[in-house]
Design a protein around this ligand. Structure first.
Ligand code: NI
Length: 386
């Protein structure tokens, strides 16, 4: 069973939607025009159960199938990135400094393509809930929609989402059971010393020396405290101190990111972060304060749903084009908040030979849209057969 015929026939229309969204990228929770565009399309498809304003600009729509059945959720992200576009495309961004460099224009299009087909055919039981979310690239739009009760309000019992992947050929899928994307936290350490004249260091307490020692030691946590079989990242990404050649500053700041797949690994890194910070600070006669921010949790696929996703993807593109051994990635994804509420699976679909995600030359491949849309549609039909 290849790409669904009627969806393949919508190729031109889907490319038009995608390129329109691409030209008009919006950031974070401010996806006003994108949401409006989505709602207009959904109404054209004859979908009337539409709820707007989720996480400010998110859109939730319901399509009823034939007869009683469960409620399945499909999610797409709509937001772009704050960066200049350098693709040279005729439909390049018209909003300066904003760009669809992660393919969320394509994700929105794939879910619209699936919605059009599902609304026409209704060849499933129960209901499908389409969730178009803002603020995936920061802000956690999916988390906000979960907090606003989207899962409970609609009684969603399983969720599925898709992300394009450059370098994976168009028409191929990858996923895996268990963690597929990392949890991402950030931290800020402020070190308090005693400022003074750089020519008389013995009258000061130098926070820069403490900060540099701390950076060195923080980078040993993963190599010395984490089981080599497990995965973790601590990267110090910013260090700020001082204003002059001849002044020892009063304070210094270190910022960075902590990533892992397993809560137990994260716990070890957090504990050691505090211990290393406090003890290095003391060794250099300084004092340190930590601000820790929990970001997106790890994206964890339910094993059964991941196997189901593989089966459905294989029914579209063939078994040899689907891998259940996708490499885990240290990036993060706020679909994780939905997967923490109900079981589901997150899959990658090939974007072919494109620039990398978040690159100024990146572009979503329109050829991938019918493949992804067919997958989402078949997920619903296979999960909730008539
Ligand atoms: Ni993305």
């Amino acid at each position: 069973m290849p790409v669904i015929n009627s969806i393949a026939n919508s190729f031109d229309e889907m490319a038009e939607w995608r390129q329109h969204i691409h030209s008009n990228p919006e950031l974070g929770f401010e996806c006003h025009e994108t949401a409006k565009f989505v709602v207009e399309r959904l109404k054209e498809f004859g979908i009337d159960d539409i709820s707007e304003g989720w996480a400010k600009t998110g859109v939730v729509a319901v399509i009823k199938g034939k007869g009683e059945g469960g409620t399945i959720g499909l999610r797409a992200d709509m937001d772009a990135l704050p960066m200049p576009e350098m693709t040279g495309l005729e439909y390049a961004s018209t909003n300066e400094g904003k760009m669809h460099a992660c393919g969320h224009d394509g994700h929105t299009t794939m879910l619209l393509g699936a919605a059009k087909y599902l609304a026409e055919t209704r060849n499933f039981s129960g209901r499908v809930v389409l969730m178009f979310q803002p603020a995936e690239e920061g802000g956690g739009g999916a988390e906000v929609m979960c907090e606003e009760g989207v899962i409970e309000k609609y009684g969603i019992s399983q969720v599925f989402a898709i992300h394009n992947m450059p370098e994976l050929p168009v028409g191929e899928f990858q996923t895996r059971a268990g963690p597929v994307m990392a949890s991402v936290d950030d931290f800020e350490i402020e070190i308090f010393g005693k400022g003074g004249h750089a020519a008389r260091p013995h009258f000061s307490v130098d926070p820069i020396v403490a900060a540099t020692a701390m950076v060195q030691s923080l980078h040993t946590i993963v190599s010395r405290n984490i089981d080599p079989i497990e995965c973790g990242v601590i990267s110090v990404t910013q260090i700020h101190a001082g204003t002059a050649y001849n002044v020892i500053p009063e304070t210094a700041k270190i910022m960075g990111t902590i990533r892992s797949f397993e809560p137990a690994v994260k716990a070890v890194m957090q504990k050691r972060l505090v211990e290393v910070m406090e003890n290095i600070a003391a060794a250099y006669e300084t004092r340190a304060e930590l601000t820790y921010h929990d970001g997106y949790p790890a994206t964890v696929n339910n094993a059964e749903k991941a196997a189901f996703a593989v089966k459905v993807a294989a029914s579209i593109v063939g078994e040899d084009k689907v891998s259940d051994q996708a490499a885990r990635r240290m990036g993060a994804e706020d679909f994780s908040f939905m997967l923490n509420k109900v079981p589901g699976a997150y899959v990658f679909v090939g974007n072919g030979d494109s620039a990398a995600l978040h690159h100024q030359s990146y572009n979503f491949n329109d050829e991938a849209a019918p493949v992804g849309a067919s997958y989402l549609a078949r997920i619903v039909e296979a999960a909730q057969p008539v």
